[in-house]
Design a protein around this ligand. Structure first.
Ligand code: AKB
Length: 320
């Protein structure tokens, strides 16, 4: 049976990957770590949990050895807008955290999943159907750490045979744990505000198209890639994956099918708009499909129906 450690386990992605892995491998075999304890208390209570700052390599090593960990899902990182507001902290957390995870994995023989992002691309990357192997010259600090992270993971694979794997996640939409500090956070907020207030003020321009994915597909991507036979993987760090590409106007049009009075207005944040403008409009994810069977289940319509039905029940505001 696998022994898995997750860093950043209480965050948007971590909290749902943690649940999926605990269901699959048993709660006792999935050790959650995070710097906080004030959120997702049910997850903390349901199995092993340790307070951990991934920049503390000694503490991380101690948990890996004590719990006989063989696989690390390294999800602790600052997202794009927070990274741009504090580039030094972003470098410290995103790079030193990853370096510690890789070093400990080299010493203890762990496999490592690390998410990269569409943020690893930049304004000189082909913007439409962005290929798997292409120019990567990002202009945000988040992007710099993501490209450096991809290269570092490749380095540990080639030099030390650490089984490193990763995907370039687009914006992830979920209704469990909110994201924080990302450029794509609007795509979550718009559904909450549509249900709660029938209106939303977006911080990106209405025609800004970005890749997105619903959380069940994101969880599936991480778990499926980590279970893929190694000999099938030609790429490792990191695979393009996408499920849909849409703009605030597109999302609003789908929401209006169920909430006809929904109003979308704008208060554009130049920093996040600048980051979004430097990212691709849509990715091509052929390598992931061929090498490990990536296949998303949710498009914009299916996701909109699911988001609205979950949130309408939660907030007692029926829309269907
Ligand atoms: C962000 O907006 O920073 C993230 C990402 C696309 O990596 N959601």
């Amino acid at each position: 049976m696998k022994r898995i450690l997750i860093t950043g386990a209480l965050g948007q992605l971590g909290s749902e990957i943690a649940l999926a892995l605990r269901n699959k491998y048993g709660s006792d075999n999935v050790i959650l770590t995070d710097i906080r304890t004030d959120v997702n208390k049910d997850l903390i209570k349901a199995g092993p949990f340790e307070i951990l700052d991934c920049r503390d390599g000694k503490a991380l090593h101690g948990i890996v050895e004590k719990s006989k960990v063989d696989t690390i899902y390294h999800l602790a990182a600052l997202l794009s807008a927070t990274s741009e507001a504090n580039p030094a902290l972003a470098w410290d957390i995103n790079m030193n955290g990853l370096f510690n995870v890789l070093e400990i994995s080299r010493q203890s023989g762990c496999a490592v999943f690390t998410p990269s992002s569409i943020g690893a691309f930049g304004p000189t990357t082909p913007a439409n159907f962005t290929p798997q192997d292409t120019l990567q010259r990002p202009t945000s600090m988040y992007g710099v750490t993501k490209v450096a992270g991809e290269l570092l993971c490749d380095y540990y694979y080639h030099k030390y045979e650490v089984d490193t794997r990763g995907v370039r996640f687009p914006g992830i939409i979920s209704n469990v744990t909110p994201p924080g500090g990302g450029t794509t956070d609007w795509a979550v907020d718009i559904y909450y505000e549509a249900i709660k207030n029938e209106k939303y003020t977006c911080f990106l321009k209405g025609d800004t198209c970005l890749d997105m994915m619903y959380m069940p597909d994101a969880v599936q991507a991480a778990v499926k890639l980590m279970e893929a036979p190694a000999e099938k993987l030609r790429h490792r760090n990191a695979f393009n994956v996408t499920a849909m590409s849409f703009s605030p106007e597109d999302a609003a049009a789908y929401i209006r099918k169920y909430i006809p009075n929904f109003k979308l207005s704008y208060d554009v944040d130049p920093v996040r708009q600048g980051i979004a403008n430097s990212w691709p409009n849509s990715l091509e994810d052929y390598a992931a499909r061929v090498e490990w069977g990536w296949e998303p289940k949710f498009d914009l319509e299916k996701m909109t129906i699911d988001m609205l039905s979950v949130l309408s029940k939660r907030f007692g505001k029926p829309v269907f």
